[in-house]
Design a binder for this molecule. Structure first.
Ligand SMILES: NC(=O)c1ccc[n+]([C@@H]2O[C@H](COP(=O)([O-])OP(=O)(O)OC[C@H]3O[C@@H](n4cnc5c(N)ncnc54)[C@H](O)[C@@H]3O)[C@@H](O)[C@H]2O)c1
Ligand SMILES: [Zn+2]
Length: 347
C-alpha cells in the first residue's frame, strides 16, 4: 500500500491545489452527500483547481452507505467518461469517504482518490487508514477493501457547521486516541469543556497522528491496530442495542463502551482506578448514559460475541495497563462483563 499523506491544512486552496497536482489525471470528480453539497462544496467550488470537476451526489447518513449508492457512483463515473487515470475527491463525513474510497478503489480496478473529511469523526478517524467500504446485508462495513487515499486534507473550517452531538461523537474517538497515546494527551482532552469543544488544528494533528502511527505499524489489523478498538467491543454492542430502540451516534456508543472497558482494564490489567474514574466522570458529564437494565445484559453480551474481531467463542477486547500501555487480545468472563455493566449503570 502507498503511504498515506495527511495534511493539516492552513490554506485549503493551496493544500487542495497541490494534492490534485500531485496526481496526474485526465478527469476530476467530486463526491458529496446531499448535506455536504450544500454546506461544504461551496467552500471549495470556486477554487481554480476544482474548475471542471464533475459532481456526484449521494444521499446523506449511514442509511445511504449502500450498494445502491455505490452503483450510482460507478454509473456517474462511467457516464462522466472516467478512465483509469481519473481522480475523485471525496468531500464529506465518514460515510462519503468510506463509500467514495471503495467506489474509487474498484472502478476500473482502481482510480486515485483524495479525502477531504468534513466531520470531526472523519477527520480524526474514518478518512485516515485506508479502510473503505459499504454496509451490506444488514451488517456495517461488510464489503470493502483496504486502499489509501493519495492525500487526506484536514481543515477545521468545515467544523463550523457541525452540531454539538456530531462534534461530541468525533470527540469520543479523540479521547480513545488520547488514552492509547500518553498521559499528557489524555489530560489535555479531559480539560476541554462543552464551550471549548471547538477543536483546533494542533489538537486535530495530535489525534490523527496517533491513528496514523498505529495504522502504519499494522495496516491490515493483524495486531497492534486492534488498539484502535478500545471501547469498541462494548461500544458496538451498545450501538446495536440502540439500533433496536432509538439509534445513537457512533461516538456516544464508543464513549459508553470506554466506561465498560476501562472498568474491565482496572480489574483485568491493572489500569489505575483514579484515571478510570476521571475519564468516566468526563464521559458521564458529556455523553450521559444509555438507559439499560440487567435484563439487557444477556443481549449486550450476545452482541459482544458477534463482534467481527472475535476468534472462536471468547470475546476479544483491547484493554489498557495504564494510559498508553496497550494490551490487545484480552478477554473477560461473563461475570466480569456483568460487573462492568453494573458499574456502567450505577458506578
Ligand atoms: N474507515 C474507517 O476507518 C472508519 C472509522 C470510523 C468510522 N467510519 C465510518 O464513518 C461513518 C461515520 O462518520 P460520520 O459521523 O462522519 O458520518 P456521516 O458521513 O454520515 O456524517 C454525519 C452527518 O453529518 C453531515 N455532515 C458532514 N459534514 C458536515 C459538516 N461539515 N457540517 C454539517 N454536517 C455535516 C453528513 O451529511 C451526515 O448527515 C460510518 O459510516 C462509519 O462506519 C469509518
Ligand atoms: Zn469508532
Amino acid at each position: 500500500m502507498e503511504p498515506q499523506k495527511v495534511i493539516i491544512s492552513e490554506d485549503l486552496q493551496q493544500s487542495l491545489t497541490q494534492a490534485i497536482a500531485e496526481v496526474e489525471h485526465d478527469r476530476l470528480f467530486v463526491l458529496v452527500d446531499e448535506t455536504t453539497e450544500k454546506l461544504c462544496l461551496p467552500v471549495v467550488a470556486e477554487f481554480a483547481c476544482m474548475q471542471g470537476a464533475q459532481k456526484i451526489v449521494i444521499g446523506a447518513t449511514d442509511q445511504h452507505k449502500t450498494l445502491e449508492s455505490l452503483a450510482h457512483v460507478w454509473s456517474e463515473l462511467q457516464q462522466g467518461g472516467a478512465t483509469r487515470h481519473s481522480l475523485m475527491v471525496n468531500l464529506g463525513g465518514g460515510m462519503v469517504t468510506d463509500l467514495g474510497g471503495f467506489a474509487a478503489s474498484t472502478f476500473k480496478r482502481g482510480i486515485a482518490y483524495i479525502n477531504i473529511p468534513t466531520t470531526l469523526l472523519s477527520m480524526v478517524d474514518a478518512s485516515v487508514g485506508g479502510k473503505t467500504g459499504i454496509n451490506f446485508g444488514g451488517l456495517k462495513n461488510e464489503v470493502g477493501v483496504f486502499n489509501n487515499a493519495r492525500s487526506v486534507i484536514l481543515d477545521t473550517i468545515f467544523l463550523q457547521t457541525m452540531d454539538e452531538e456530531n462534534i461530541l461523537s468525533g470527540y469520543a474517538e479523540m479521547l480513545k486516541h488520547g488514552l492509547i497515546d500518553c498521559e499528557q494527551h489524555w489530560a489535555e482532552l479531559l480539560t476541554a469543556h462543552r464551550s471549548t469543544f471547538n477543536v483546533h488544528r494542533s489538537t486535530l494533528k495530535k489525534s490523527v497522528a496517533v491513528k496514523q502511527r498505529i495504522v502504519l505499524e499494522d495496516p491490515t489489523e493483524q495486531g497492534i491496530r486492534k488498539a484502535l478498538n478500545l471501547g469498541h467491543t462494548a461500544g458496538h454492542a451498545f450501538e446495536s442495542l440502540a439500533l433496536e430502540r432509538k439509534p445513537v451516534l457512533h461516538g456516544y456508543a464508543v464513549a459508553w463502551g470506554l466506561v465498560v472497558e476501562l472498568y474491565l482494564s482496572c480489574v483485568k490489567t491493572g489500569f489505575p482506578t483514579d484515571k478510570m474514574r476521571q475519564t468516566v466522570s468526563f464521559i458521564r458529564e458529556h455523553y450521559g448514559r444509555m438507559a439499560i437494565t440487567c435484563d439487557d445484559y444477556p443481549r449486550l453480551i450476545e452482541l459482544m460475541h458477534h463482534d467481527k474481531k472475535n476468534v472462536g467463542t471468547t470475546i476479544n477486547f483491547t484493554f489498557l495497563g495504564n494510559i498508553g500501555d496497550i494490551r490487545i487480545n484480552q478477554t473477560a468472563t461473563e461475570e466480569e462483563i456483568k460487573e462492568a455493566l453494573d458499574f456502567y449503570r450505577e458506578g
